[in-house]
Design a binder for this molecule. Sequence first.
Ligand SMILES: [Zn+2]
Ligand SMILES: [Zn+2]
Length: 355
Amino acid sequence: MPLVEEIDGGVWSIPVPIPGSPLRYVLSYAIATPLGPIVVDPGWPGEAGWASLSAGLELAGWSVTDVQGVLLTHSHTDHQGLALRVREATGCWVGMHELDARVLAGYADGSRVHDCNATWIPQCGVPSGAETTAILMDADAMMAACGVIPDRLIDDGESIRVGGRSITAIWTPGHTPGHLCFALEDEGLLLGGDHLLPRISSHVGGYLIDESDPLGDFLSSLGKIVARVAPADVEILPGHEYRFRGIEERAGIVRDHHIDRLREAFAAVAEVTASTAWDVASRVSWARGWEETKGGLRRLALSETVAHLRWLAVRGLLVQTGRNPTVWSVRSNDLTGIEARIRAEVERSRGTAIR
Ligand SMILES: [Zn+2]
Ligand SMILES: [Zn+2]
C-alpha cells in the first residue's frame, strides 16, 4: 500500500485496505478545516480498514473523534463502508447524492438484491442452474455493508462549507447514478472517486431493470468534468491507484476504450440473428478471458455489457426487444462505417447534458 501522505492544500491521502481485492486499497482523503477534518470516502468496512483510517488521521495530527463530516463520492462499499462507524464514533454528518442514497436504501432493505437476482439476471439471458447460482448477489452481505443513511443530501454544484473551507460537489453519474466528484477550486484539486482513474477504466453498468443509459451518462459526465477542470490542469485525487494530472488525455483514452468495446459488442450482435446480453458477454474479450471471469466479476462484466448494448440501442444502432430475456439485434449487419458512427455518437455524448 502507498504511504499516508500530505498533499498541498491541507489534504491528506490515507490508503485503506480492501482485503482480497485486486484493487488492494481505496484512497480516503482528509481535508483540513479549522474545526477538524472532513473525510471523503472513509473506506472498506472491517477492523483492518478502521485501523488504517484511524492511524492515517493520527499521522495527520487528528483523531477520529475530530472528524466534522463524511462526504461520499458514491455508494460502493469500498468507499462508504466505514461511514457509519465514523459517524457512530464522532456524531458527525454523512453526505452523499440522493440517487446513491437510494441505492444504499435498496441494498439495506433487500429490494435491490432481489431486483438483481430475480429480474435482472433472467433478463440478461443467464442460463438457469449453475450459471445463475454462480453470479447471484449476496443479500446478507449487501445488507450488512449498506446500513448508512446519509444526514445530508448533496446536490450538483452545491458548496459544502466547513470552518471557512469550501468544497464544491460535481454530479458525475455513470459509475453509479449518484456519483459525485468534489472540487477544491482554490487549491486546484479534484477528488474524483471512481469517475476517472489513472490506469484502469472504471466500471460502468449497474443492474438495469429500468431504461437508464449509464454509459451515456458516464460519457456526458466525462465531458462535464474535463470542461470544468482541464483548463486549470487540476490534479485528480482518485479513489484508487494514484493521483494524476492531464485529465483531458486520460479521458480520451477512456473514451477510446469504450469505442472499442461498443464496436466489439455491435459486431458480436451482428454475427447472429439475435443475442441476449449473456451471449454477447461470452463472445467479447475480457482481461482474464470469459471462462476465468467468475462470480461477482462475471456479474460486473455482464452489467458492463448491458450498458454498452443499451447505449447502442438508445442511439438507434441496435434494437432491444422483450424483457424475459431481453434480446438484442442489429438493424443491418453491415459493419461498414460502424466505428465512425459510434465515434460520432461518443463525441456527441461528450457535450450532452446529463438526463
Ligand atoms: Zn466504485
Ligand atoms: Zn472504488
